[in-house]
Write a protein that binds this ligand. Structure first.
Ligand code: SAH
Length: 209
């Protein structure tokens, strides 16, 4: 990225400082009040899902993680624009989240249209790879849920198998979410498919512990 563009982006991010958590590990164990729910979205992109979810559940706390600064800036600006006070952002790779959340602190994790990483040698980068599921399992409370939405059948099947192998129980599965009548908050990526034949796949898995 050219220097001037980078500086410009840094200024835009700084202007949304209230929504960005620079040192997430410092908030470990303190993200919510005792009776609140805490939901995490990993790979939030431009933030439509996180902002709409936070507005729909104003009593819950939401944290959205995004590693690409180019889209994180748009998500931050959207949250600021909407004054979503129960939503904060972490700008890092999900693999660096260790120590940011305490054991049992999180009620639910949303993975929406995660990068499929199709070649086998890249499967370990998937957000539903057993390495990541071990992290989710430790920070989720007993009965806490992972929600996966994707248009990619290979990633979906991999995720369902990995979740079952890693101590999660699948409690909901749809091979055509938009026809299922289930309540649904659309993501940016998902809305591109709304008028096409592409079916949206969704599962919910509950952690057994
Ligand atoms: N959830 C959004 C974006 C989907 S694209 C939507 O549905 O519209 C996937 C997003 O996840 C990209 O923005 C990418 O930068 C982000 N991402 C992929 N791997 C990640 C990781 N390991 N940690 C954090 N973000 C990640």
């Amino acid at each position: 990225m050219r220097m001037r563009k980078k500086k410009h982006q840094e200024r835009r991010i700084a202007a949304c400082g209230d929504w960005l958590v620079a040192q997430p590990q410092a908030l470990c164990g303190t993200w919510k009040q005792p009776n609140q729910r805490l939901y995490l979205e990993i790979g939030c992109g431009k933030g439509a899902f996180a902002v709409e979810s936070a507005k729909a559940q104003p009593l819950a706390q939401f944290v959205a993680v995004e590693r690409s600064q180019n889209v994180l800036v748009l998500a931050l600006e959207r949250a600021k624009e909407e004054q979503a006070r129960n939503l904060r952002f972490i700008g890092c790779d999900a693999a660096e989240l260790g120590g940011a959340f305490a054991e049992n602190e999180v009620d639910g994790i949303f993975l929406n249209f995660s990068d499929p990483w199709l070649p086998r040698r890249y499967h370990k980068r998937r957000l539903t790879h057993p390495r990541m599921l071990a992290l989710y399992k430790s920070i989720l409370r007993p009965g806490g849920e992972v929600h996966v939405k994707t248009d990619n059948a290979a990633l979906f099947e991999f995720s369902a198998c990995a979740l079952e192998e890693c101590g999660f129980e699948i409690t909901f599965l749809s091979l055509d979410l938009h026809a299922s009548g289930q309540p649904n908050i659309m993501t940016e990526y998902e809305s591109k498919f709304a008028s096409t034949e592409t079916k949206i796949l969704k599962l919910v898995a509950k952690v057994k512990k």
